[in-house]
Design a protein around this ligand. Structure first.
Ligand code: 0PR
Length: 385
């Protein structure tokens, strides 16, 4: 084919995709990447962090990004990688938990995990043959810490790791990690925090939470939090793929390394071998451009829109399952699957919850008040209100 024809064909396919700026994508944790991403893609297109000796500049950027995210999470000395996404990050953390347990002579690896955990942990369980004890949720839809404590007091020696969530996929809830940290410290248990979504939100809402009297601390300032997933390609506004895994320090590296004798670096720690450098460079660029102030502004705008949606819902007697903690709204509905299919026919794409009968809107930066107004009218029409 001629190039012109190739591009024409591609355009035809691409036209079938939804576009974030049309405001119809209400159930995604991704958004339109920051505009600088295009320029970065061009510059870093061919980079491969699977062989960092060939791309020491790009590797240097990855180290700087990890340091910047570490600072955001109160850790001046972190170790980690910008990888394919939250799934790889969670799997990577549990690889460490498993290795540590094996070194202690454990055959079975027991992990306590809340019912609100993302399905990526199910993949990790399957791949690594882990044993999960599902911890029920309390009335705030967060991990029931009393249940967790009772379980550990009963079987503390058997527990190798705890997974806690900072920004749950369905409701955006944040587990009581300060309390979980106390129990974990007492029994010397590893905590992995999944802040894939919340990692780029909670740090920028600290002021608001403090005024309202909440403690949503989830980071390395808490004892026994040894790893955190935080994804630039969600609220960090980075292009896909840019997930993040951070460990407390470099001492965790040895649990991940496998020998790679013929590469420029003779070991490799990431799950994916050949991996792109452009997500790393884009994350670096966006974090430098926006700075904490820039993110704070974007996150505040998303939260204002979140509260705006809840207010508009009330006008039509739609109920929010919880007072939103992050920029996610769950709308109670007696038959969410059916409603979401009807809405899809009307051109609105949102998802549903499993833990409660509800539709779910993730209030990403591409959604404006005008979109919210149109959506509320569509929902009201759909539900005949
Ligand atoms: N941890 C949490 C808390 C998550 O919410 C997600 C993804 C992951 C881990 C896994 O991250 P990756 O998908 O980057 O591997 N949460 C979103 C979800 O399942 C992912 C998503 C994003 C789904 C955009 C749809 C979409 O359009 O809802």
């Amino acid at each position: 084919m001629e190039e012109k024809k190739v591009l024409e064909e591609l355009r035809r396919y691409r036209e079938r995709d939804l576009k974030y700026e049309e405001g119809r994508i209400l159930g995604s944790m991704c958004t339109k990447p920051h505009p600088i991403s295009r320029k970065v893609l061009e510059m870093f297109l061919e980079t491969n962090l699977g062989d960092p000796g060939l791309f020491p500049g790009t590797k240097g950027l990855e180290e700087e990004v990890i340091k910047m995210i570490g600072e955001m999470l109160h850790n001046r000395n972190p170790f980690g990688y910008i990888i394919s996404g939250g799934t790889e990050a969670n799997i990577t953390a549990l690889r460490v938990v498993k290795k540590m347990a094996r070194e202690r002579g454990k055959r079975e690896v027991n992990i306590l995990i809340p019912e609100s955990a993302h399905f990526s942990f199910e993949k990790a369980r399957e791949m690594m043959d882990l044993k999960y004890e599902k911890i029920p949720l309390d009335k705030r839809y967060t991990m029931d810490v009393k249940y967790l404590r009772d379980y550990i007091e009963d079987k503390g020696k058997d527990v190798d790791g705890i997974v806690a969530i900072a920004g749950s996929t369905e409701l955006g809830t944040v587990d009581n990690i300060p309390e979980i940290s106390k129990v974990a410290r007492e029994y010397n248990i590893y905590i992995h925090v999944d802040g894939a979504f919340g990692g780029f939100v909670i740090p920028f809402l600290e002021e608001r939470y403090r005024l309202e009297g909440y403690n949503y601390n989830f980071d390395f300032s808490l004892d026994n939090v040894f790893s955190i997933t935080v994804d630039p390609h969600k609220m960090g506004l980075a292009p896909i793929p840019a997930g993040g895994i951070l460990f407390r320090d470099i001492s965790f590296k040895r649990y991940l390394e496998v020998e790679a004798p013929y590469l420029t670096e003779t070991s490799q720690a990431t799950l994916v071998g050949t991996r792109p450098g452009f997500g790393v460079a884009a994350t670096w660029a966006i974090m430098k451009l926006l700075g904490p102030e820039g993110y704070r502004e974007i996150v505040s705008q998303c939260m204002e829109n979140t509260y705006y949606l809840v207010r508009r819902m009330k006008e039509y007697s739609f109920e929010s399952v919880i007072d939103p903690v992050l920029n996610i709204v769950a709308i109670r509905d007696e038959n969410p699957l059916d409603t979401s299919l009807k809405l899809r026919k009307m051109g609105w794409y949102l998802s549903t919850c499993r833990c409660v009968e509800a539709l779910r809107v993730v209030m990403m930066p591409h959604i404006t008040r005008e979109h919210i107004d149109k959506f509320i009218e569509a929902l009201a029409r759909c539900k005949k209100r």
